[in-house]
Write a protein that binds this ligand. Sequence first.
Ligand code: SAH
Length: 365
Amino acid sequence: MADDNPLAAAPRERAENAAEPLLPERLARAITLGGPIPLSQFMAAANAHYYGTRDPLGARGDFTTAPEISQMFGELIGLWLVDMWERAGKPPARYVELGPGRGTLAADALRAMAKAGLAPPVDLIENSPMLRAAQAERVPNAEFHLDLIGLHDDVPLLVIANEFFDALPIRQLIATGEGWRERLVACQDILFLPIAGDRSFDMIIPRDLLQADPGSVLETSPASVAILRGLAARLLAQGGAALIIDYGYEGPAIGDTLQAVKDHAYANPFDTPGEADLTAHVDFATLKEAAEAEGLTVHGPVTQGAFLSALGIAARTEALAKASPERAEQLALDRDRLIDPEQMGELFKVIALTAPGWPVPAGFA
Ligand code: SAH
């Protein structure tokens, strides 16, 4: 028995050397000690663990994104950026991407941009060490950042964020028989469950929603607004444009959009924190308001289907099919997946932010 071994660590030493407790245990302990936590805190901890410990993308991961479906997505975005840059007078500029996943979008966009005469230095904002490694392979010489603070402040920025904001933590307010409360996460043993907090939030609820049916949910994402404001301040000071693509709505709207995805299927967001991708729909109206408040012009939202069609995805599909006829069928399927209203075309939306003096972007007519 190990305990009889005189060389075994003393109990105290053993505890100190013990492996870091797993995320559910850590969350459970924090809740037991400090009481139920805001949903945003639960979501932030779960996603930091989730993205920090795996490559979640692709057929063998938990979900797929537009750049993983087709190279055309990144190529058209690259050409959109080149068009902005050309009409802005070809200033020195940097390519910035938020949450680049496997780096596929960046690689496709930068390849198309280089062909069109623009090869900017690259800044990738990513906090997962595993995904950073994947990105570094596809985009050699990229600079990595944890957030916007470390970005260079001397030249205009060409920014893209695809399915980044949906991964940022949300808070939820829930209507109860006794008014609006914050949704908190409680814990029994190691089971997590949402509960309504004790404090009333009626004072910040729009008047027409005060009598909403019990169970109605309102979401906010302070983290998204903070990042968007930081980005907008950079664009205002340095010039440039940003393209934000995600699934979402033009709120504020009532609805619980928190979802967990694991193995390409929906899961319960409160089961197995850190093992499923937690996301929420993006409130484009609020992002738009925040960017405008900082002094930027916001274009859209338009649907992803309309945007990619305006950028010429049909012609691009044909050109690629002509070059490799054996891929024609797959190319058409991939195009449809991106633009068909029943698939990604309608739920996914696009907004562009432009700094004062920057041109009106293509695709938002
Ligand atoms: N844009 C990619 C990946 C989307 S998944 C694509 O379209 O395929 C979300 C990405 O955002 C991942 O790269 C994840 O690690 C990153 N991410 C999530 N939260 C983040 C945060 N707070 N700061 C920086 N990166 C974050």
